[in-house]
Design a protein around this ligand. Structure first.
Ligand code: URA
Length: 253
C-alpha cells in the first residue's frame, strides 16, 4: 500500500475505533480522498493556506502577563474555596502539554479522576482519548482540564457557586496555554466559557470565540456513552476542528 493510502487507512481505523467503541457500527461509504496537496500535516506543523488557524493564539495585551500553568497550580494550593473540597480525594488540575495547540475542557472529575488525580481517565476519558486519536492528535500533545477541579459528590452536576469559585483557575490555565483551539465538552464547559445558557444541543457544532481563541462546543463523552447515536454529530464537530488545523477529514455515510 502506498504511504498515502496507508495514512488514510490509519485515519479511518482511528475514527472507527471510537465510533465503534460502544458497539455502534459505522459504515464508511467514501473513504477519505487523498489530502489536497500532501499527506495530513502533523498538528504542530504549520497549517496549509486554506486552514484558518494561522498561528498560536496571540497573547492578549490588555492585562498583566499570563501566569504559567505551574504558577496557577501553586495559587490554587490546597483549595478550600468551595464545598467540593469536603468530598474530594485530591484536586484534579489538568494534564497534557503546557504548550498545547488544542485544549479540551470537560465538566469535573469523576470517581476515577478523583482517585488518580488526572482528568478523563475513566470510561468517558477512554472515549475522549479515542476521539483525540481519531482527530490525528495524541493525548500527550493536547491539554485536558475541567471546569471544576474537584469531584462533585455522587457525580452530580457542579453547582453555580462551585463553578464560580473554580472559574478563575480555568481562565488562568487557558491564558497560560493560549491554545489555537478550545473544544468545550458538554454543557458546563461550553456555557461557562461562553457565558451563554443556550443548550448544548444548539451550541454544538458552531464556532465561537473565547478570549479571541476559536472554541468548538460539542457533546461530552459521557453523554456519548449514554447516547452513542449522537457520536456522528460529535465527530462532525471534531472534523471542523481538524479542518482548522489543516488536517484531512474522512467522509462517512
Ligand atoms: N468527566 C469530566 O467532565 N471530566 C473528567 O475529568 C472525567 C469525566
Amino acid at each position: 500500500m502506498s504511504t498515502e493510502l496507508e495514512e488514510i487507512a490509519q485515519e479511518l481505523r482511528r475514527h472507527l475505533a471510537w465510533q465503534e467503541s460502544d458497539g455502534t457500527r459505522v459504515i464508511l461509504k467514501n473513504p477519505a480522498p487523498p489530502a489536497p496537496a500532501a499527506a495530513p500535516v502533523a498538528p504542530s506543523a504549520p497549517v496549509s493556506a486554506q486552514a484558518p488557524v494561522a498561528a498560536q493564539a496571540p497573547a492578549r495585551d490588555d492585562g498583566p502577563p499570563a501566569k504559567t500553568l505551574d504558577q496557577v497550580r501553586q495559587e490554587l494550593g490546597d483549595c478550600k474555596r468551595c464545598k467540593l473540597c469536603n468530598g474530594r480525594t485530591q484536586i484534579v488540575y489538568g494534564v497534557g502539554n503546557p504548550r498545547a495547540e488544542l485544549v479540551f475542557v470537560g465538566e469535573g472529575p469523576g470517581a476515577d479522576e478523583d482517585a488518580q488525580g488526572v482528568p478523563f481517565v475513566g470510561k468517558a476519558g477512554q472515549l475522549l482519548t479515542k476521539m483525540i486519536e481519531a482527530m490525528q492528535f495524541k493525548r500527550d500533545d493536547v491539554y485536558i482540564c475541567n471546569v471544576v477541579k474537584c469531584r462533585p459528590p455522587n457525580n452530580r452536576n457542579p453547582e453555580a457557586d462551585e463553578i464560580e469559585a473554580c472559574e478563575p483557575f480555568l481562565k488562568a490555565q487557558l491564558a497560560a496555554i493560549r491554545p489555537k483551539v478550545i473544544v468545550a465538552l458538554g454543557k458546563f464547559a461550553a456555557q461557562t466559557l461562553l457565558r451563554d445558557a443556550t443548550p448544548i444541543t444548539r451550541l454544538r457544532g458552531q464556532w465561537r470565540e473565547y478570549q479571541g481563541i476559536p472554541l468548538m462546543p460539542t457533546f461530552h463523552p459521557a453523554y456519548l456513552l449514554r447516547s452513542p447515536e449522537e457520536k456522528g454529530k460529535a465527530w462532525s464537530d471534531l472534523q471542523e476542528v481538524m479542518k482548522r488545523f489543516g488536517l484531512a477529514t474522512p467522509k462517512k455515510a
